[in-house]
Design a protein around this ligand. Structure first.
Ligand code: GLA
Length: 698
C-alpha cells in the first residue's frame, strides 16, 4: 500500500517492508526510512531540518536525497547531471506534485522541476506488494522548445541505508569461464564502483547488490538487496560519505555517456528493483527468484524441457548426418529439445566466417534444415537453433554488402575479437535486416527454441552518422537489441529464447523479460560449475539456469555427480553422445527420468542453499514446493583432503508440526527433527546424493 500520510510525506508498505520519503523543511525530497514494516504510520520518521553546517559541509552534503541531481554545493554521487544550452551545468530540482496510482501494482509518481529551466524529472515507485519489492525508475523530460539539453548521467535510483553503521556489501564478480563468484566486504568511506563498459551486462560483475549490517546469515538477518533491469553498460556506486551515511546508486553507466534530449522528448531510465528482508541472504534470493518467475520472465511457470546442445560434441562440424545421429541418441536418453549450435549457417566452418548470413549452409544442409527438423520431431523432440545476430565476420556476404553497419571509428582499425565485429543494432536498417532475416528463418523452419549468443565485447565504439550524439550508442544499442527480440517474439510466439554471451555475459532482469533461460557459463566442468551455479542462484531462479553435462569432465568425475550438478537447474546434455558407452547412456537415461520427476520442484519451488558451494567442499541445496508438501535435497562432496565425517544437513522451510519422509533415511520424522537435528549422509570425494522429501498426511 502507498499512503500519502500528508501531502509531502509518503509511506510505501508491503506486508513486511516499508519505505518512507518526503520533503524536508527546505523542500528537498529526502529519504527517511527503509526496513521492516512498523506497526503505525506515526512510527515512520519525518524529514528533519538539516543541522547547522559549515562552508565545507553544506546541507546538500548531509541529506539523503531520493534522487540527487548535480547542482549547488554537492560532492557526493548524484543520480542526474545535465548541461543546458546556455552552458549551465547545474540542476535545481523543486518538488511540484505527487500522484498515486492505486490500480494494479500501486505506483507513486513524484514530479520535480528545475527552478529556472523547462526541465522535469518524474520519479516512479512501483510497489510489488506480493514480492516485497519496490521498482524505481525516472523520466527526464525537456518541456521547452529551445535547443537540446545534454544529459551526462541519468541513473535509475539511489537507495539509502541506516546511517552510522558499518555496512557489508555482497556482490558477484568474475570473468568469462568463471562467472558469479561471491564477494563480501565491509564498505569504507569512498565510492566502490561495479560496472560494465562492454555494451552488454558483462561477465565481470552483476548489476545486483545485497547489503547487510554485518550480522546477516544465509537464513536470518536483515538484508537489503536490489538489481538493475538493463543489458548494457551499467554502473553501481556504493558510497560511504564523510558523514557515515551509505547509499547505493544504480543505473546506465555514465562512462562515455551522453544523451541529447531534444524539446518535447523524454529519457526513461531502466527499472531498478530493490527489497528488504529479515530472512537473510537466502531469503533475499528467494524474493528475487519469485519476482523473476512471476513478473519478469515471459513464461516463468512453464516447465522447461530437457535439452541437448551439440556445441561441444561437434563444434563447427555440423551437418545433417552428424546432427541426426546425435539426435537419435539424445532422444533415446530422454531429451525433449534438440538444439543445433554454431556451425549450421552459410560459410560457417570455423569462427572466422559466416556470421551475418543466417541461412543454412548449402553444403552441410543441401535440403535446408527441414529434413533434420522432421527427424528430430519424429524422435519426439522439438528443435532449437543457435544464432548470434548482433555479430558479423568480415568474411560474410553481409559485411561485404554493408561494411558501415558495424560499430567503428572511420580513422581506426576495426579490432576483431574471435574474428568478428559488432553490428550497430542501434541503426534502424540493421534492426530491419536482422528482424527480417531471422523472421524468415523462423517462418520457413519449425524452430521452437533459439539460443541468442553474443561472443565479444565492444571496442572503438563509434557511430559515424549518428542522428544525435554518437555516445547515445550505449543506450540505443540495448534498446535496438530489445526491439529486435521483442518484435521476433511477437511475430513468432511459438519460439522460446535463451540468452547467452560466451556463457553468462548477458544475464540480467532486462533480458529475462524476453528470454526464458540463460546459458550460465562456458565452463561445464561440474566441480567448477557448482560454485558458478551457487553464485548465479544469488539472483536468478533455477528455471533460468541452463546446465548441460558435457565431456569436459568425462573420465574425471562420475557421470552421476555431473548429472546431479546439472539437475540443480535446467538439466541438459552437451557431450558427444556417440562416444558414450552403454553404461553411461544407462546412467543418463535413469537420471534424466529422475530429473523429470523432480523438475517441478527445482524449477518452481523455493530454493535453500543449505551449504554454499562457493565456500564449502561439501555443499547442499534443497528445493521445496510452495505448499511444502514435497521437496528434493541435493548434496555434493568435491574434494576434502582427509577422510571426513560430514556435518549434518539441516533441512529448511518444512511445515512445523508435519511429518516428513526423506528418501533413504530412517523415518518419518517431524519437520522439526529434520530441521534441527538434521540428517547425515556419507559421501566420498566427488559423490553426490539426490533425496526426495515427502510430507505425510497427518
Ligand atoms: C559461445 C557459447 C557457446 C557456444 C559457442 C559457439 O561461446 O557460450 O555455448 O554456443 O559460443 O560458437
Amino acid at each position: 500500500m502507498i499512503t500519502s500520510v500528508t501531502d509531502d510525506f509518503w509511506v510505501l508498505e508491503t506486508s513486511q517492508m516499508a519505505y518512507a520519503c518526503g520533503l524536508d523543511p527546505d523542500g528537498r525530497l529526502v529519504h527517511t526510512y527503509w526496513g521492516a514494516r512498523l506497526p503505525a504510520q506515526a512510527d515512520y520518521p519525518r524529514p528533519q531540518a538539516t543541522p547547522e553546517s559549515s562552508s565545507f559541509n553544506q546541507p546538500a552534503q548531509l541529506v539523503a536525497e531520493e534522487y540527487p541531481a548535480y547542482g549547488g554545493p554537492k560532492y557526493t554521487e548524484p543520480c542526474l547531471k545535465a548541461s543546458f544550452p546556455d552552458g549551465t551545468r547545474d540542476l535545481d530540482l523543486r518538488f511540484v506534485g505527487a500522484t498515486i496510482e492505486a490500480e494494479g501494482q500501486p505506483t507513486l509518481h513524484l514530479r520535480l522541476r528545475d527552478a529556472v529551466y523547462p526541465f522535469t524529472v518524474t520519479l516512479h515507485y512501483r510497489l510489488h506488494e506480493d514480492h516485497g519489492l519496490i521498482e524505481r525508475s525516472a523520466t527526464i523530460r525537456h518541456e521547452g522548445d529551445g535547443p537540446a539539453v545534454m544529459l551526462e548521467r541519468v541513473w535509475s535510483a539511489q537507495w539509502h541505508f541506516p546511517a552510522q553503521q558499518q555496512t557489508r556489501l555482497t556482490h558477484l564478480a568474475g570473468r568469462w569461464y568463471d562467472e558469479f563468484a561471491l564477494h563480501r566486504e565491509t564498505l569504507t568511506p569512498g565510492v566502490k564502483v561495479l560496472e560494465s563498459r562492454r555494451v552488454t551486462t558483462g561477465h565481470d560483475h552483476q548489476p545486483w547488490f545485497a547489503l547487510d549490517l554485518g550480522g546477516a546469515q544465509e537464513d536470518h538477518g536483515d538484508v537489503w538487496f536490489g538489481a538493475l533491469a538493463w543489458s548494457g553498460n551499467w554502473k553501481l556506486a556504493a558510497e560511504v560519505t564523510a558523514f557515515s551515511t551509505t547509499r547505493v546508486s544504480l543505473g546506465v553507466n555514465d562512462w562515455d555517456f551522453a544523451w541529447q534530449l531534444n524539446p518535447g522528448e523524454s529519457f526513461v531510465t531502466p527499472s531498478c528493483l530493490a527489497g528488504f528482508t529479515q530472512a537473510g541472504h537466502g531469503g533475499a534470493s528467494q524474493r528475487m527468484h519469485d519476482f523473476i518467475r512471476d513478473r519478469v520472465l515471459p513464461d516463468g511457470h512453464t516447465l522447461r524441457p530437457v535439452l541437448y546442445n551439440s556445441w561441444e560434441a561437434t563444434f563447427f562440424d555440423v551437418d545433417e548426418s552428424s546432427q541426426t545421429r546425435l539426435a537419435e541418441v539424445a532422444a533415446d536418453l530422454g531429451t525433449e529439445l534438440f538444439v543445433v549450435d554454431d556451425g549450421w549457417f552459410h560459410g560457417r566452418n570455423l569462427d572466422n566466417a559466416g556470421l551475418g548470413d543466417w541461412w543454412p549452409d548449402a553444403r552441410k544442409f543441401p535440403n535446408g534444415l527441414t529434413p533434420l527438423i522432421e527427424r528430430v520431431k519424429a524422435l519426439g523432440m522439438t528443435f532449437g537453433l543457435w544464432v548470434e545476430p548482433e555479430m558479423v565476420n568480415p568474411d560474410s556476404d553481409l559485411y561485404r554488402a554493408h561494411p558501415d553497419w558495424v560499430i567503428h571509428f572511420p580513422s581506426r582499425p576495426r579490432t576483431e575479437a574471435r574474428g568478428q565485429l559488432i553490428l550497430n543494432v542501434a541503426r534502424p536498417e540493421v534492426q530491419a535486416y536482422l528482424t527480417d532475416t531471422l523472421s524468415r528463418l523462423l517462418q520457413e523452419n519449425d524452430i521452437r527454441f533459439i539460443k541468442w549468443d553474443m561472443n565479444r565485447s565492444v571496442s572503438e565504439p563509434g557511430w559515424p552518422d549518428a542522428p544525435g550524439d554518437p555516445r547515445e550508442l550505449w543506450v540505443r544499442y540495448v534498446q535496438g537489441f530489445y526491439q529486435i527480440l521483442s518484435t521476433l517474439r511477437e511475430q513468432h510466439p511459438q519460439v522460446r529464447w535463451q540468452t547467452c554471451s560466451g556463457g553468462g555475459g548477458r544475464v540480467d532482469l532486462g533480458v529475462l523479460r524476453l528470454a526464458s533461460q540463460a546459458w550460465v557459463s562456458d565452463n561445464t566442468h561440474a566441480a567448477a560449475r557448482l560454485a558458478i551455479q551457487d553464485g548465479y542462484s544469488r539472483v536468478f531462479p533455477a528455471n533460468t539456469m541452463e546446465a548441460w553435462v558435457t565431456d569436459a569432465d568425462r573420465g574425471e568425475l562420475p557421470l552421476e555427480f555431473r548429472l546431479h550438478v546439472s539437475m540443480l537447474g535446467l538439466l541438459g546434455l552437451g557431450g558427444q553422445l556417440l562416444d558414450w558407452t552403454q553404461a553411461e547412456r544407462e546412467v543418463a537415461r535413469t537420471q534424466i527420468a529422475l530429473y523429470k520427476s523432480i523438475r517441478h520442484l527445482v524449477q518452481r519451488g523455493d530454493q535453500y542453499r543449505l551449504r554454499s558451494a562457493q565456500e564449502q567442499a561439501y555443499s547442499a541445496v534443497q528445493y521445496l514446493s510452495k505448499d511444502r508438501s514435497e521437496g528434493v535435497l541435493f548434496a555434493f562432496r568435491t574434494h576434502l583432503a582427509r577422510p571426513a565425517t560430514l556435518p549434518p544437513l539441516y533441512l529448511r522451510g518444512l511445515e512445523p508440526g508435519a511429518l516428513y519422509a526423506v528418501e533413504g533415511m530412517e523415518g518419518p520424522r517431524s519437520a522439526e527433527a529434520w530441521m534441527h537435528m538434521g540428517l547425515s549422509l556419507g559421501l566420498g570425494d566427488y559423490q553426490s546424493a539426490v533425496r526426495k522429501i515427502q510430507r505425510l498426511l497427518g
